[in-house]
Write a protein that binds this ligand. Structure first.
Ligand code: G6P
Ligand code: ZN
Length: 542
């Protein structure tokens, strides 16, 4: 029985960088999730007979909303829903399922790397038929619908048991519960030289993968331990939990500190990696070295041809604007295209669909390729392992010879979290006001060569995105970027991205203070960070 329930709009359902994210108590208000889901059903195109993929990262509230989403899909005439067993699907696995099953789209329940639990974060995002996050035209239409919604539809019957793989019916709708890992693992086996990696591991290559109590545990166990023969215990924190063991499932030096300590310590394995809540981010480490996401993108792009899936080379590379220019140098040397997009994986979708780029990456710990339309944590891990297995070099050797060949982009991001919103917006506004007069100004030894507010015209569909971050470039190519996060849920998060290019291999072993100290002090002087936010130090340096 389809029931139509009267509701009234919420004013705050505008999707951010990656879907709608709020605290669980906010999301669990009566009708809050239902309104947003109904807006998705109303505002998105679904050809008759088409299917929809539904899954999430297993965080608190996931199971409840998945059951609602299935019942609402049935009430809204969706012919078939494909759901990960127990409601679990990593974001890249969901993207793969949408593509493989030619679904009209997918509903992914995740707040990515944000903490979970009853007081943690929750999120819903919509992906379109190419498997990628909905572009702004679609998220705007969903938002518009949330402002005028007056009813939602749901079937009375309960959703089927999500733990049982197989097909059943809910009203007119077919509900298929699938193994969340199988198809994804098969895709990875097609892209990478599993035999070579297996041999390297059997021959003594040691590794640890920290799943951070999040969704990648089952994926990593199946792929790394079962299919590639890494010993039991290679996967750390491999059982997904609703509150991620009380931590932030964010693979960076702060939240994955135990893994970092292990890799920088005396008993380090050869290779270490971690992924985030929904499995799309990654962190890469070697014995004695943490590889920055920007460097990882450049190294993967330069060496992708060592993996069978990319043996014919790559068409081009895309990176988000705040990501360092390390990948640009690979593209220039190899004579392939390089694209600079706004922050957010959704901006890569058109370039990937048009075949302009094969590999994409962001400083925010995301790398991926045209195999799906999301960033993919385990993909990056497997490409690294493939490169290690074939080159027989260590992570540190690979990174250092990469710098020697292409130059080193010293890089650091400073985050000021939960800053007063008005103060953060005032800081950005003041920077924008001063942009026109900045060129030629001197700060210590640094002279500004250009300054602008990044805007992007999509080369495929012509859409324009403005105000994507303030860039201040100095003669010599050093750069400071200021941007407000689009994913925070409390106050504002100010991100300051600091970069210096160093071509001379004799200067590739500087400390971060030696390499970036002057730029860091200049960022405070230009941005008036301390003065405007009251913060003398960032909360996180990555
Ligand atoms: C999400 C998106 C990424 C993006 C990141 C930026 O993780 O999936 O594509 O880079 O947000 O987050 P921020 O907090 O800097 O807006
Ligand atoms: Zn994520």
């Amino acid at each position: 029985m389809i029931r139509t329930v009267a509701t009234t709009p919420f004013s705050d359902q505008k999707p951010g960088t990656s879907g709608l994210r709020k605290k669980v108590p906010h999301f669990s208000q009566p009708n809050y999730a239902e309104n947003f889901l109904q807006a998705i059903f109303d505002a998105t195109e679904r050809p008759a007979g088409s299917s929809l993929v539904i899954g999430g990262d297993g965080r608190f509230f996931n199971a409840e909303v998945i059951r609602k989403a299935i019942r609402m899909a049935a009430a809204n005439g969706v012919a078939k829903v494909i759901v990960g067993q127990n409601g679990l699907l990593s974001t890249p696995a969901a993207s793969n399922l949408i593509r493989q099953r030619k679904a009209a789209g997918g509903i992914i329940l995740s707040a990515s790397h944000n903490p979970g639990g009853p007081d943690g974060d929750f999120g819903i995002k919509y992906n379109i038929s190419n498997g990628g996050p909905a572009p702004e035209g679609v998220t705007d239409a969903i938002y518009k619908r949330t402002r005028e919604i007056s009813e939602y539809k749901i079937v009375d019957e309960d959703a089927p048991d999500l733990s049982v793989i197989g097909t059943s019916r809910l009203g007119e709708t077919e509900v298929e519960i699938v193994d969340p890992v199988a198809d994804y693992a098969t895709l990875m086996e097609e892209l990478f030289d599993f035999a070579a990696i297996r041999e390297a591991i059997a021959g003594g290559l040691t590794l640890r993968f920290d799943a951070m109590h999040a969704v990648t545990g089952p994926y990593a166990k199946e792929i790394l331990e079962k299919r590639l023969g890494a010993p039991d215990g290679t996967v750390l924190n491999g059982v997904p939990s609703e509150d991620f063991g009380g931590g932030h499932p964010d693979p960076n030096v702060v939240w994955a500190a135990p893994l970092v300590d292990l890799l920088l310590g005396p008993t380090a394995p050869d290779f270490g990696a971690a992924s985030d809540g929904d499995g799309d981010r990654n962190m890469i480490l070697g014995r004695g070295i943490v590889v920055t996401p920007s460097d990882s993108l450049a190294v993967l792009a330069a060496n992708a041809h060592l993996a069978p899936g990319y043996k014919r080379g790559i068409a081009g590379i895309a990176r988000s604007m705040p990501t360092s220019g390390a990948a640009d140098r690979v593209a220039q040397k190899r004579g392939i295209g390089i694209y600079e997009t706004p922050t957010g994986w959704k901006f890569f979708g058109n370039l990937l669909d048009a075949g302009k780029v094969t590999i994409c990456g962001e400083e925010s710990a995301g790398t991926g390729s045209d195999h799906v339309r999301e960033k993919d944590g385990l993909w990056a891990v497997l490409l690294w392992l493939n490169i290690l297995a074939v080159s027989k070099e260590s992570v540190a050797e690979i990174v250092k010879s990469h710098w020697a060949e292409f130059g080193r982009n010293y890089y650091q991001r400073h985050d000021y979290e939960e800053v007063d919103k008005a103060a953060a917006e005032g800081l950005m506004e003041s920077l924008r006001d001063r942009l026109a007069s900045m060129a030629g100004q001197r700060f210590g030894t640094l002279v500004v060569s250009e300054a602008d507010d990044f805007s992007y015209k999509d080369p495929i569909d012509g859409s324009v995105s403005t105000s994507q971050g303030v860039r201040i470039v100095f003669s010599g190519g050093s750069r400071i970027v200021f941007r407000l996060s689009g994913t925070g849920t409390v106050g504002a998060t100010l991100r300051v991205y600091i970069e210096r290019f160093e071509p001379d291999p004799a200067k590739h072993d500087l400390s971060i203070e030696e390499a970036l100290g002057e730029l860091v002090r200049t960022a405070d002087a230009i941005g008036e960070i301390t003065k405007r936010t009251g913060r003398a130090e960032p909360d996180v340096r990555t």
